[in-house]
Design a protein around this ligand. Structure first.
Ligand SMILES: [Zn+2]
Length: 141
């Protein structure tokens, strides 16, 4: 799971979490200015329009930046990267990179990633990302 505080669904973001639980990643698309944004909000952060809809994403992304957190909880399993990925649709998303060593050697900027879903509670399924094609060489999900 994404370490730290779990997100709390609100009426304006519940649809996002319900979609994630089905294995679908969405961002918000603004019909007024054609902007794409994450996280979802009841209005467009660029132009203020409330004419916003959900856009289902391909799940493809690239690694934009990350920091390796060495502050490991006692029950943790080692340092982990907190990453910012750029979705193919444009928005940035803070997430974790999984199925990949949490080292600068393995975490290459602009590397191709694909979404995976980590169900952490009845209401929260976190979108995370792994190196694209990892499924072919690793165990089946
Ligand atoms: Zn807009």
């Amino acid at each position: 799971m994404l370490r730290g505080t779990l997100p709390e669904p609100t009426p304006s973001t519940a649809w996002f979490w319900e979609a994630a639980a089905r294995g679908e990643l969405h961002v918000q698309a603004c019909d007024a200015c054609d902007g794409r944004h994450f996280p979802p909000r009841p209005f467009c952060p660029s132009c203020g329009s409330r004419d916003v809809t959900a856009l289902r994403c391909s799940g493809r992304a690239t690694l934009h930046s990350y920091v390796i957190n060495h502050m490991v909880p006692k029950d943790g399993d080692g340092p982990y990267a907190v990453a910012v990925v750029r979705l193919e649709e444009g928005p940035m998303m803070m997430t974790n990179i999984v199925d990949c060593p949490q080292t600068p050697e393995a975490l290459m900027l602009d590397m191709a990633l694909e979404v995976v879903f980590d169900r952490v509670s009845d209401t929260i399924t976190l979108p995370k990302f792994r190196p694209a094609g990892a499924a072919a060489s690793g165990e089946a999900a």
